[in-house]
Design a protein around this ligand. Structure first.
Ligand code: OFO
Length: 185
């Protein structure tokens, strides 16, 4: 006999399915960063690797936050299947061009999801997604800064070494901001 699962949750099946798609996108983000971190570490770009490993943890947290929300709202969060990862990059710069492109795609996905929830009158999920909207705005800004390092410093001579040093400073700044936010909370 079919049970009326819709009485269990105010999440509509469409919202639940779209949230699960976003879970997968955050999981993919995490493993993209992990793969890029390993590529950088392998080539001795140690600050970039540290930045990317750190971001792997961030993206995992984004995925988990969504998973916990879906389940708490009475839905069923699905652990994502991660396939077709990329393991090779043609250059150091290509890693960061890829990050910016990917973060823009994630921002668009989150905006579309928030728009859908608003139209469905799922204001709780719409409100929950505001955190992701802000997070994406910050992440896109960081990704743009990273790409700009390549434009400003250039990769000639000691350029790559200097870029890697600057990435280290950006990571320190991010960690300091996180610590300050933690203190405020
Ligand atoms: Fe999940 O924050 Fe970027 O992708």
């Amino acid at each position: 006999m079919k049970t009326t699962i819709t009485t269990k949750t105010s999440l509509t099946p469409e919202v639940e399915s779209k949230l699960n798609k976003q879970v997968r996108m955050e999981g993919l983000s995490a493993f993209y960063y992990l793969s890029m971190a390993s590529w950088c570490e392998n080539r001795g770009y140690m600050n970039a690797a540290a930045f990317l490993y750190d971001h792997f943890e961030e993206e995992k947290m984004h995925m988990l936050k969504l998973i916990r929300y879906i389940n708490e709202a009475g839905g069923h969060a699905l652990a994502p299947e991660i396939t077709n990862l990329r393991y090779e990059y043609n250059s150091f710069r290509e890693v960061f061009d890829h990050i910016l492109e990917h973060e823009i795609a994630v921002s668009r996905a989150i905006n579309n999801l928030a728009d859908f929830c608003f139209q469905e009158k799922d204001f709780a999920t719409f409100q929950f997604l505001q955190w992701y909207i802000n997070e994406q705005r910050e992440e896109e800004a960081v990704a743009r800064r990273l790409v700009e390092l390549f434009d400003i410093i250039g990769e000639e001579g000691q350029g790559i070494w200097m870029i890697d040093q600057e990435i280290g400073k950006i990571l320190e700044q991010i960690k300091a901001e996180r610590a300050a936010e933690g203190e405020e909370a």
